[in-house]
Design a protein around this ligand. Structure first.
Ligand SMILES: [Zn+2]
Ligand SMILES: [Zn+2]
Length: 877
């Protein structure tokens, strides 16, 4: 044969998955030339010393091009026959040294083989047999031998002799001391058979799928094969080192035995396919089973055996050891650690979930950001889910502690203080205690739930900025007027000031989520009674009232420039699949027990076997549509307790009444069309003038009323009354239904001089002596006659109101005048009539009336007594 062939006379197509060396040897054998000549023909360097690096590991690009040109096999096909395609995925190569890195991914040299495959394919070798991950032939169900059964040399291991001229299925080892070649037919080598259902075969198939992904160039999708192989190596070496019989499902006996006999530490890839099979099958099992309980328990056993005193092992060490591995594996390790960790750390590492992850310093900003999304007190709905049926000692502390605990997942430090102050809590909170209580009672689901919520808050949009809500002072929230107006709308009795304060506090908490124990002073709760007042609100509100309060709250927020929903909670479906202590409340039953049967909420809660707080939440979610009486007399519809007079509430109620009565239509008719004065409207409606003016001002009707063209009061009449009859300003003003100030203005306008105050003309001594002594004290000035006479006339009517109408004045004027008389005479003149009774004089009153009649006959000019009422002829001068 001559060297320097341009192309090979015989062409041999590589088999699928064949290794480069196998193909080259076959080519040489078929071409009846030496291996060395084939290498030279293909332009692949041969060294003078007769050995060369194993080309099957790596082919330089130009080598591949040249070999491709000569052999007719495309260059990429040639590359695919080298380990290069697995580089960085299933093993790591030193490219120029053309060696496999044994420190990573269990890299190994040499090649295992399937004798039966060799036999079937003319002794040709598969590339995959060189990988540490190949330990069984799934077709022939055998473990792969790794050495020649005769000379015991590892196959395809070490440098390649270029002088060998053997078919690839023969052992090329040079035997010492004879120097002869072994030449054992490896296709006939014995191999250990595996059961058809052997887990070893299943795990080899699983691994083969991964290798398929690499070969098909699909190694980028997560988790990448590289990550998985890395995990497999770590788990397999760990298992080989510490697993004991019984830890895992049993494998084929010879595999089990090989594993137990194995003395290595698993750091490097075990030579034996049986040991490799044992380690990797258990490793694949662990990854496949995932969060399965038994699997976690197995891992926990391994961890415990590994670290003798796991409780004392710093979490940081465990983290360091596993953090280079895939997320999936780390999650399994932390789940296995969960029962060994303090509750705080279980939350920080999220080890109580199926997706644990160690906290990281970088997470601190995340914690701060999450604090903006958490209220001071845990949401009511979630409180109801997390609350044990027996309740807790202090619901406020419970809710506050769990809100703080929401900041723990991912927190880099174990300290609570910064987290507590992030939520604006001023008091110390024993978060440890709350978490320990829950865990002790077996309510681990709460910890898991907290992690789920934290994850949700970190990743999903949250419509409320709780940090801003925490800062709300509640200034101007629900003043008496607004409360009364809401009550009027919703048919609720406004109650006393205490009720308003409770509702205001309730609304403040509903809006802000704040702890009322540290609210601004005007809203702060300091006593148990105050706390009780707020706690009872959900058991008093009706659907209409709650709706109105919420609408009010929303407007309040808008007023502050906050365009957010009033309340919000993380979705309830985050609790799906969790075992939580809070049981759902049967709404109908709760309504029946409390509303229809009048049971106290606490009693009803006990009977239903749920926490009181859960019932409270239930009533908030499903407030009864109509109000109901309660045994404690706490219904808010019961009007039997009137509003305290002179209270802000009473004033608000009056205002509310004014707004209701004085409709636009009413004001147009009475004020604009009938040109009635405020005074007139007041006397007709019995509303205070102040409120009428207020409503008028707001209605904007004042400007629409045309000013009077003629003077209201006749000048001559005024002169007659004020100057000649010397009546007082007050008396005339009362008669004209105007204020003394207005009257003064009128008088001045027509040039009448105003008398100095106190210039009343007294009754003359002679006149005084002519009247019975009984009425003398009342005669302080001339007008007194009028008062006395009026009194007598009034007593002929059934009521003061009727009398006032008849006398052409108002009830209040009569009342004031008679009160003055009584004051002067020092006796009560008439019995204040109750409902249904008629006006009647007392005995003293009757005596005064008689004395008046007696004196009238005796008094000079008795018929000109000033009655305070102008004669009919003067009324319209
Ligand atoms: Zn096979
Ligand atoms: Zn041999």
């Amino acid at each position: 044969m001559t060297s320097g062939l341009r192309t090979l006379p015989i062409r041999v197509a590589p088999l699928p998955g064949e290794a480069l060396d196998s193909w080259l040897e076959t080519l040489a054998h078929r071409s009846m030339v030496s291996f060395r000549e084939i290498l030279i023909a293909l332009g692949l360097p041969g060294r003078r010393d007769g050995s060369l690096p194993d080309l099957t590991r790596y082919l330089e690009p130009e080598q591949a091009e040249q070999a491709a040109a000569v052999s007719g096999v495309p260059a990429d096909r040639l590359h695919a026959m080298t380990l290069r395609q697995y580089d960085g995925h299933a093993l790591v190569l030193h490219p120029h040294r053309r060696t496999v890195n044994r420190m990573q991914l269990w890299g190994r040299n040499g090649s295992r083989y399937c004798p039966q495959c060799l036999h079937e394919h003319d002794g040709r070798w598969q590339l995959r047999w060189r990988l540490p991950w190949s330990f069984a032939c799934t077709r022939h169900r055998i473990l792969l031998p790794h050495a020649c059964p005769s000379c015991n040399q590892r196959t395809r291991h070490g440098r390649v002799s270029i002088f060998r001229d053997l078919p690839p299925h023969q052992c090329p080892t040079t035997l010492k001391p004879s120097g002869a070649l072994c030449q054992t037919d490896l296709a006939l080598a014995p191999a250990a058979a595996l059961r058809e259902d052997s887990p070893v075969l299943a795990s080899q198939r699983w691994i083969n799928d991964l290798l398929d992904r690499v070969e098909q160039g699909q190694a980028q999708s997560l988790p990448t094969p590289q990550m998985i192989f890395n995990d497999l190596r770590a788990l397999a070496s760990w298992v080989l080192r510490i697993a004991e019989p019984g830890d895992f499902p049993t494998l084929d006996p010879h595999v089990e035995q090989a594993c137990q006999d194995y003395a290595g530490d698993g750091q490097f890839s075990p030579t034996s396919a049986a040991v490799t099979a044992g380690g990797l099958t258990h490793a694949v099992h662990i990854l496949q089973q995932g969060s399965d309980k038994t699997n976690i328990a197995t891992l926990r056993t391994l961890l415990e055996r590994d670290g003798e005193r796991l409780d004392l092992m710093p979490l940081g060490d465990i983290n360091k050891r596993w953090r280079a591995h895939s997320t999936a594996l780390q999650q399994l390790i932390w789940q296995a650690m969960d029962t060994r960790m303090a509750n705080v750390d279980r939350l920080r590492f999220r080890s109580c979930t199926t997706r644990p992850r160690p906290p990281h310093k970088m997470n601190e900003t995340l914690t701060t950001a999450r604090a903006d999304r958490v209220p001071q007190l845990l949401w009511r709905g979630w409180t109801a889910r997390f609350l044990p049926a027996a309740g807790v000692r202090n619901i406020g502390n419970f809710r506050a502690a769990l809100a703080v605990a929401l900041l723990l997942p991912g927190a880099s430090k174990r300290h609570f203080d910064p987290l507590i102050s992030m939520l604006g809590h001023q008091a110390q909170l024993d978060v440890h205690y709350t978490l320990a209580e829950l865990a002790q009672q077996g309510h681990d689901g709460v910890l898991t739930g907290l992690c789920e919520i934290a994850d949700y808050l970190d990743t999903q949009p949250v419509p409320i900025d709780y940090e801003r809500r925490r800062g709300l002072t509640g200034d101007g929230l629900l003043p008496a007027d607004d409360w009364v107006s809401i009550c009027t709308q919703t048919g609720v009795h406004p109650g006393q000031e205490a009720r308003l304060l409770s509702v205001r506090r309730y609304l403040y908490q509903r809006i802000t989520g704040n702890d009322l124990r540290q609210a601004p002073e005007s809203l702060r709760i300091t006593t148990a009674e105050e706390a009780g007042g707020v706690a009872v609100v959900p058991f008093r509100i009706t659907a209409a009232l709650l709706g109105a309060l919420d609408e009010y709250g929303e407007n309040y927020l808008r007023g502050l420039g906050i365009d957010e929903p009033l309340t919000w909670e993380p979705p309830a479906d985050l609790a799906a699949g969790l075992c939580l202590p809070g049981r759902p409340v049967d709404v109908r039953r709760a309504h029946r027990l409390i509303c229809a049967e009048g049971q106290a909420p606490a009693v009803a809660a006990k009977e239903m076997g749920v926490a009181l707080e859960s019932i409270r939440h239930c009533f908030e979610q499903h407030p009864p549509s109509s109000p109901w009486p309660s045994k404690s007399g706490g219904s808010w519809v019961d009007p039997s307790r009137p509003i305290a007079r002179r209270s802000r509430l009473a004033a608000a109620q009056a205002r509310q009444q004014a707004h209701t009565m004085l409709t636009d239509e009413f004001l147009r008719r009475e004020y604009l069309d009938a040109r009635k004065t405020v005074r007139e409207i007041a006397s007709e409606t019995h509303l205070p003038k102040r409120l009428i003016s207020e409503v008028l001002n707001q209605s904007g009707l004042i400007a629409s009323r045309e000013p009077s063209r003629k003077p209201i009061v006749d000048e001559q009449w005024l002169r007659e009354q004020y100057i000649r009859q010397a009546r007082t300003l007050a008396s005339i003003a009362t008669e004209l239904d105007m204020s003394p100030t207005t009257l003064t203005r009128h008088l001045r306008a027509v040039g009448i001089e105003i008398r100095p105050r106190g210039g009343r003309r007294s009754v003359s001594r002679t006149e005084l002596e002519s009247v019975p002594p009984l009425i003398r004290p009342a005669l302080t000035d001339r007008r007194c006659w009028g008062r006395l006479q009026r009194f007598r006339e009034a007593m002929e009517h059934r009521t003061l109101a009727e009398a006032s109408r008849q006398l052409g004045t108002t009830r209040s004027v009569l009342y004031t005048q008679f009160a003055a008389l009584e004051g002067d005479l020092g006796v009560q003149l008439y019995i204040r009539p109750r409902r249904g009774e008629s006006l009647r004089p007392t005995k003293a009153g009757q005596a005064v009336m008689d004395a008046l009649t007696d004196s009238e006959g005796a008094r000079p000019g008795g018929n000109t007594i000033e009655t305070g009422i102008p004669p009919a002829s003067r009324q319209n001068p």
